[in-house]
Design a protein around this ligand. Sequence first.
Ligand SMILES: [Zn+2]
Length: 51
Amino acid sequence: MSDAKVIQCPCGYTLYGAGDTEVVRAAQEHARTIHDQELSSEQALSMARPA
Ligand SMILES: [Zn+2]
């Protein structure tokens, strides 16, 4: 059983995580470092899909 999740960034980059917490953290770090934007947990979670 896997809780793996993916978030597809609008820029085309795909973030992966072993679960909600990890994929949200990956997306927030990506948004901050690549796009200079702060992504809320709610925003990131709403974009998460089962991997
Ligand atoms: Zn991006």
